[in-house]
Each structure stands twice: as C-alpha cells, then as structure tokens.
Design a protein around this ligand. Structure first.
Ligand SMILES: [Zn+2]
Length: 278
C-alpha cells in the first residue's frame, strides 16, 4: 500500500510539474504534448516516466543534451513521499487531495513570488466540499441507523433531542474550522496591511484561509506556528549566508505549505506536547 501510494505520488508529481510550468504562463494544462523547454523537441512517453527518465538520461535532454531542471525529479519525489506518508496520517484523503494545490503553490511562489488564485480558489472549493460531505455523510448515517433500528430505541430517539445533539456534534468541527479560517484570513490581512504588502502578499492572505480549511480547527494553530517558525529560521540562515539582506523578503507561501503538512502529519501531538493544548 505504501509503495502503491509512493508510485501514485510520483505520477501525480509528474502532472504537477506540467501545472507548475504552464500555469504562470497562462497555457492550457490538459491539452498539448510536453516539450523540452530548451530545444522545444516533442517528448515521447519514455522521456516522461517519473524519476526514471531523469535518472536514465542523467538529467539531460535526450535531444539537445541541455540540463533538465532539478525541479522535475524533486517535485515527483516530494509528492511520492507525501503520498506514502499520508498512510500514517489520520487525514489521508485530505492530504492527498490538497497536495494538488499545495505543492504547485510551494514551487510557483518560490520561483515567481506569486500565489495563483487559479490554485487557491479551486483548493478552497475542494476542501470545503470534502468537509461538508463528511458532515452530511455522518448525519445521514446516524439518521439511517436510528430509523432502521426497528423494535429498538432508534425511532424513538429520532423524535427527541438526541438526534439534534448528535447532528450538531458532527457539524460543530466544520463551523469551528470555518470560523478559525476566517480569523487566520483576518490576521494575515492585518499583517499584509501593516507591512504594506512587503512582508505578506495578498496571495498569502487568501492562502491562509485555505491552510485553515485544510488543517482544520485546532490543528491550524500548528500550521501557522510551524510556518512562522520555519520562515524565521530560513530567513536568518539566508541572511547569515549573505544570500539576502536585512529587510529583504522571502516569499511566505512555501512556509505556509510546510506548516500545513506539519499540521497534517503531526497533528494533535504537537498541540498537546508543545503548545500545551488539552
Ligand atoms: Zn532539449
């Protein structure tokens, strides 16, 4: 199962590379064959096997011999590992489906310093839809169980507050997640306004809302905490290495993505252990 998820991740990563290349240029994602970005030669299926083609061709184009960017195997490997590790997470589907948005956001923000709405908005729709479906599924299951409990207490319980209480218990986490995401959105909006967009771009504000939806309440605290921590750490290291000057900004989107994965993979352990959550 882990191996199958890893291989699936490699293939999805290969698709995400296409997304990362074409989305910022406004090209169509689905249609059009893949070409070498250097010489424009049409690539055939055996040039496009995730990871394997890169290794066999020693990182060079078969036709022009120019170097292929490390981004390709790295994105494939990262997606592979994330898919494989999702089996140890309590939110397997969420982790896999959000990778379609989070990984391209990570790379595109790193390369171009923008977070495309074309990734954030569909991400919000998919995750919100997933969470809403979970609630409806839970309430519907409870209703069916009680109704079919003929001869038992079920049909009677349906008439009482028991059903309403339990339906509310299904719905409440979604409501908390929505409210929390709105708080995150406002928090990042305030940061964005305070620093006049220098430290925090408008894209980060929208991404913060998506991060809240994916991580959920109260895990979103871990996500934001981890993103600020890694962001500060990497900024200090880059400054020490002389790669950036003080006051120069590093895109924050990639750190939000790292924070979200930290929250999804570690979850409540961090909340309870480090942040003293009950
Ligand atoms: Zn080429």
């Amino acid at each position: 199962m882990v191996v199958a998820l890893f291989l699936l991740g490699l293939c999805v990563g290969s698709f995400l590379n296409v997304l990362i290349e074409r989305l910022p240029k406004g090209q169509e994602i689905i249609r059009g064959r893949s070409c070498c970005p250097q010489c424009g030669h049409m690539l055939v299926w055996y040039d496009l096997i995730p990871l394997l083609s890169f290794v066999l061709l020693r990182g060079r184009c078969r036709y022009c011999g120019k170097k292929i960017s490390w981004q390709y195997p790295l994105v494939e490997l990262a997606t592979g590992f994330l898919f494989a590790s999702s089996i140890y997470s309590s939110s397997l589907y969420l982790l896999i489906s959000s990778s379609f948005f989070l990984i391209p956001i990570f790379v595109i923000d790193l390369k171009h310093g923008v977070i495309p709405d074309k990734l954030v908005f569909p991400g919000i729709a998919v995750v919100l839809g997933y969470r809403l479906f979970g609630v409806v599924w839970g309430v519907w299951g409870l209703y069916q169980n009680l109704k079919n409990d003929v001869g038992g207490l079920g049909p009677y319980l349906l008439q009482t507050n028991f059903f309403k209480t339990h339906a509310w218990l299904e719905f409440r986490p979604l409501l908390m997640t929505l409210l929390g995401s709105l708080v995150l959105y406002s928090f990042f909006f305030i940061l964005h306004s305070l620093f006049k967009g220098r430290a925090m771009g408008g894209g980060d504000v929208k991404l913060a809302f998506l991060v809240g939806l994916i991580a959920g309440w109260p895990n979103m605290i871990v996500a934001v905490f981890a993103s600020f921590l890694t962001g500060a750490l990497v900024s200090v290291i880059l400054m020490a290495l002389g790669k950036t000057k003080f006051g120069e900004t590093v895109p924050f989107g990639p750190f939000l993505v790292v924070g979200t994965y930290t929250a999804l993979l570690s979850g409540r352990g961090v909340l309870e252990g480090c942040l003293g959550f009950p």
